[in-house]
Design a protein around this ligand. Structure first.
Ligand SMILES: Nc1ncnc2c1ncn2[C@@H]1O[C@H](COP(=O)(O)OP(=O)(O)O)[C@@H](O)[C@H]1O
Ligand SMILES: [Mg+2]
Length: 282
């Protein structure tokens, strides 16, 4: 997807329409066209034309059955969230895509305030069991709401972990999280010379997260970045607070994943229980 080019194509009315969809996402999966038109202060016929155009660009998806309504696509929600970051003065320019996976698309970007950064657009919801039960607070649990919640959860976890080996986090808007660009590669793509030290650093970091009340929940060789400068841990949308349902199982799984990787790759043996004791001591 080419966000930068499309961004330039968008006019004032298109942004107003997207504003109106965004405001009503929590109440409707498909926001009724009358509501969009009235909140955007645009006549219904004109709103319909703009929505058709936005649908051709794959920014929104329109439906005609039951009632006429529109919802964001992943691409549209990301474009709109980028717009909010720009409008608030956090981002000046969006650059190349660095990676796109099942769960997110990550772009290079430039910020006058923070320099070179990355913006991560969330694609899916990482909803814990407990949070699903609270679903009435959020209306329908459809794609946009879930992706926004994932971004929020990642932002909040990173906020609590600032100062530790995680990217500095600057802002959250919609499904987008703006953070520091880490110049390092995923652990699985590098062969480290000092695996004992690297494993130790990772465990020490997990212990520090624990002391701040956070369990990562998806720790693996894919979510650790490493360079000669050190290690960083990324990717927090599914993280939970210590004490939340399932936190202990998640911590154990995190530690097991890392130990298994070091065992397979560097033939290192470490007892999981003593590592867990070390993390949870005090
Ligand atoms: N702050 C960052 N600095 C540099 N690269 C990053 C950063 N955040 C993410 N990436 C890159 O984007 C990829 C996907 O990001 P990640 O947060 O792991 O999301 P996903 O849930 O899609 O795995 C990472 O594996 C990494 O290559
Ligand atoms: Mg990842």
């Amino acid at each position: 997807m080419n966000l930068a080019e499309l961004y330039k194509e968008m006019g004032r009315h298109s942004w107003k329409i997207l504003d109106a969809i965004f405001k009503n996402l929590w109440d409707y999966e498909y926001v009724p066209i009358q509501l969009i038109a009235s909140q955007a202060r645009i006549g219904e016929e004109k709103a319909r034309n703009i929505l058709r155009y936005l649908s051709d660009l794959r920014i929104v998806q329109n439906k005609q059955t039951e009632y006429e309504g529109s919802t964001f696509t992943f691409f549209g929600l990301s474009l709109y969230s980028l717009h909010r970051l720009v409008r608030k003065g956090h981002v000046e320019a969006i650059g190349k895509i660095m990676g796109e996976g099942k769960e997110s698309a990550v772009f290079n970007c430039y910020s006058g305030k923070y320099g070179e950064c990355v913006v991560k657009f969330h694609k899916v919801g990482h909803t814990s069991f407990k949070k699903v039960k609270e679903k009435r607070d959020y209306g329908d649990l459809h794609f946009s709401v879930l992706a926004i919640r994932s971004a929020r959860n990642e932002y909040r976890a990173l906020k609590k972990l600032q100062g530790l080996a995680v990217p500095k986090v600057y802002a959250w808007e919609g499904n987008a999280v703006l953070m520091e660009l880490i110049e390092a590669r995923e652990l699985y793509r590098v062969r480290v010379e000092n695996p004992e030290d690297v494993l130790d650093m990772i465990i020490e970091e997990v212990a520090k997260f624990y002391r701040r009340g956070i369990v990562h929940g998806d720790l693996s060789q894919y979510n650790v970045l490493a360079s000669s400068e050190g290690i960083w841990i990324i990717d927090f949308p599914q993280s939970v607070e210590v004490g939340e349902e399932g936190w202990k199982e998640m911590l154990e799984r995190d530690v097991r994943n890392i130990l298994t990787y070091f065992n397979r790759t560097y033939r290192m043996e470490k007892d999981i229980n003593s590592v867990l004791d070390r993390i949870m001591q005090e």
